[in-house]
Design a protein around this ligand. Structure first.
Ligand code: ATP
Length: 305
């Protein structure tokens, strides 16, 4: 059986009596994974992360960290966790290295470790530069470095790429993968971007309105939801229906000028275009519906069922 670093067992939470913010949420974050906690704004990601890191107290014991109930290991368990939940606090008038030294002094960590972290987060060259001169991505990498100083087994980051430019996003993505593979640290990150989670994570949990909508390895996400619907604009749908149905028995007429065909995945589109061309059926437009993005939009846009 896999070992889990974070587990929640029917976690519930409400700030007031009117509304449950987290509802029967059962997460399973495997050891060694990069787990993407995905959901739109207001879904309950930050609240869950704040509960896991003890910034707010759970209302019934439902959180397990490193295989044991959280409430039985307070506060010592937090020495095994590095986290950035709220905006990271940096001393902007100090250099990158000095920001790390302040944390290191409190935790009695030596200079060698600071240099190792600067190397890891790719700030060695800029270590003497003041943090206020850093780009947002560099500040984020410095903050991640600060969270790594005490050699945590688990790193928890709330929306680590929020607000970064494309280059900054790639750098954080690569850094997280490096931390995960070279240090074996389990990483739990939140995001509202499906594409980002797909690129960075090994596992995903999708939350909407406080409830878990999907959980699994990233490959499962794409295989379960790869089916797409193609809407193909043609001059006269009824005229072509019988020819097309020989190749695609699942074809139907969406309207007088549109054929609709379900395909298993987008890889099948080029062959479809070739088949139409070979059968002298001009295509005026192709519209792809369904697929992972539509599915994600669908499950995260529905309001209270
Ligand atoms: N201190 C609070 N008191 C009352 N309601 C709160 C409080 N903090 C958050 N909420 C509400 O809880 C819900 C979940 O918020 P949360 O911040 O966990 O969502 P999120 O998924 O992290 O989204 P975002 O990315 O926008 O922060 C929201 O409806 C929010 O308004």
């Amino acid at each position: 059986m896999s070992e889990y670093i974070i587990r929640t067992n029917n976690l519930n939470f409400q700030f007031n009596r009117q509304r449950k913010i987290i509802e029967n949420l059962s997460l399973n974050v495997p050891k060694g994974s990069i787990y993407g906690f995905l959901g739109p704004n207001g879904a309950g990601k930050s609240t869950t992360m704040r509960l896991i890191t003890g910034l707010i107290n759970e209302q019934q014991p439902s959180i397990e960290l490193f295989g044991k109930p959280l409430h039985q290991q307070l506060p010592s368990v937090f020495s095994k966790i590095g986290s950035i939940i709220e905006t990271p606090t940096l001393y902007l008038h100090l250099s990158g290295a000095d920001n790390l030294r302040i944390i290191a002094a409190i935790q009695k960590i030596d200079e060698a470790k600071i240099q190792e972290i600067l190397e890891l987060v790719d700030l060695k060259k800029f270590q003497k530069q003041k943090a206020k001169q850093y780009s947002l991505g560099m500040k984020q990498r410095l903050a991640i470095g600060m969270a790594l100083l005490n050699e945590p087994e688990l790193l928890i980051l709330d929306e680590p790429v929020n607000g970064l430019d494309p280059q900054g996003i790639v750098e954080i993505r690569e850094l997280l993968k490096r931390i995960n593979t070279t240090k074996g640290i389990t990483i739990f990150i939140s995001s509202h971007l499906l594409a980002e989670v797909e690129k960075t994570c090994t596992h995903v949990g999708i939350i909407h309105q406080g409830k878990l909508r999907f959980e699994g390895a990233i490959q499962e996400l794409s295989s379960v939801n790869s089916q797409i619907l193609l809407h193909i604009s043609v001059k006269d749908a009824s005229a072509y229906l019988s020819v097309v149905s020989q190749l695609y028995p699942q074809v139907r007429m969406a309207d007088a000028k549109t054929l609709e065909i379900a395909l298993n995945n987008t890889e099948e589109i080029p062959l479809l275009v070739k088949n139409f061309t070979e059968n002298n059926i001009p295509i005026y437009a192709l519209i792809k519906k369904g697929g992972l993005e539509d599915w994600f939009m669908n499950i995260t846009q529905k309001t209270n069922e």
